[in-house]
Design a protein around this ligand. Structure first.
Ligand SMILES: Cc1ncc(COP(=O)(O)O)c(C=O)c1O
Length: 385
């Protein structure tokens, strides 16, 4: 009997060791990992520079508390603030914690309660972030939720115009909905949301937990759309697998998060910070992101050519290394069959196969993945005829 609560439906694979884009199971089987630990291992598994940085910190100190000034925390905050072209950072331990802090900051900074979010969004599983999430299945059985959230259809600017008013603290969105099915915000919609926030004195919060730290080919996905958010949250890819989350805000918000207002025992832990600094040093380099962009284009070309016309595929959506293949196939079954053939993938929404390959994926690995996808999807397409 397992002594773990059965909160996760587990795969049959037990990893033995992982390196780069590959996981080797305890049964010796090799898997091409196009999940990156659900968008976390953006540099692949066990990137050397991150391993060295964490090893070096392990030999200095592991935890001292946030009573101490820590130069590395300052350096990580500066990297994040510079990467987002913003000012101030609060470190948390996860995506939900970062979003929770962002919601608190927005309420305190505006003195207002109402927050607008979107259908199919996912913001976390704490009470505030679960309440913010626009998916009923996430909340089932846990009610009542916080009452001050309104959920609107993504890309429907008229709905935002109707809902936003002088009591709105913030509009919070993912520019690419990850868990919800790789739905991409439209340029005009995203711009207009920013304008409406300004006009109504509300804050624009962008949840980059999944899209941040290079996942879409830029440091943050909002930079594809030239937006100027008031608050950005990020987590997954930031520590290459060590738990860390962050709220990035603006200097005008400093006094709302003064001493004693918010905090976390482990937030900004030295080991996670060492991993984050080493990760950002690589990913925020222009040259690195150029290669990501080039390989994303190659992946799109290959998918369009080899999968685009298969009857089982209804749409391919992509921003950088965040890909959704909308399909008529049974997604959980498809994920299983791909895994049996050595390719690890994810589901999203109810009919989307999600690919989150490491940003370091090579053309040969893309070829291998597309070949496996093609052979499995062809059998689905044949079965559908
Ligand atoms: C957009 C988004 N926000 C928040 C979260 C929650 O992050 P965590 O699981 O680290 O709490 C996730 C996790 O998938 C996410 O994709």
């Amino acid at each position: 009997m397992s002594h773990l609560f059965p909160t996760y439906s587990r795969w049959e694979v037990e990893p033995d060791i992982a390196e780069g884009c590959f996981i080797i199971g305890k049964d010796g089987k090799r898997y091409l990992d196009f999940t990156s630990g659900i968008g976390v291992c953006n540099l692949g598994h066990r990137p050397k520079a991150v391993q060295e940085a964490v090893n070096s910190q392990l030999n200095r100190f592991w935890h001292v508390s946030n009573l101490f000034v820590q130069g590395e925390q300052e350096a990580a905050a500066k990297r994040l603030a510079d990467g987002a072209n913003m000012d101030l950072v609060f470190f948390a331990n996860s995506g939900a914690e970062a979003n929770e802090a962002a919601i608190k900051l927005a309420r305190k900074a505006t003195g207002r309660k109402k927050i607008i979010t979107f259908e199919n969004s996912f913001h976390g599983r704490t009470f505030a972030t679960m309440s913010a999430t626009g998916q009923e299945k996430i909340k089932a059985g846990f009610g009542p939720m916080l009452e001050t959230f309104t959920y609107l259809p993504l890309n429907d600017i008229e709905a935002v115009k109707q809902a936003i008013d002088s009591e709105t603290a913030a509009v919070m969105l993912e520019v690419v909905q990850g868990e919800g099915g790789i739905h991409i915000g439209e340029q005009e919609f995203l711009n207009e949301v920013g304008q409406l926030c300004k006009k109504n004195g509300a804050l624009y919060i962008i949840d980059e937990i999944q899209t941040g730290v290079g996942r879409t080919g830029k440091p943050f996905a909002f930079q594809h759309f030239q937006l100027t958010p008031d608050i950005v949250t990020t987590a997954k890819g930031l520590g290459s697998g060590l738990p860390i989350g962050a709220v990035i805000g603006r200097k005008e918000q400093a006094h709302f998060f003064g001493p004693g207002s918010h905090g976390s025992t482990f937030g900004g832990n030295p080991l996670a910070i060492a991993a984050a600094n080493a990760t950002m040093e690589i990913i925020f380099e222009k040259e690195f992101l150029k290669v990501v962009e080039k390989n994303s284009e190659y992946l799109y070309e290959q998918m369009s050519k080899k999968l685009g016309s298969l009857p089982a595929i209804t749409e391919i959506r992509q921003l950088g290394m965040m890909i959704g293949l909308e399909t008529s196939a049974d997604v959980p079954l498809l994920v299983k069959e791909l895994r049996m053939d050595g390719l690890l993938t994810l589901s999203a929404g109810h009919n989307v196969l999600r690919l989150l390959p490491p940003l370091t994926v090579k053309e040969t690995e893309i070829d291998e993945a597309v070949e496996i996808l093609q052979s499995v999807l062809i059998s689905y397409s044949n079965a559908a005829v």
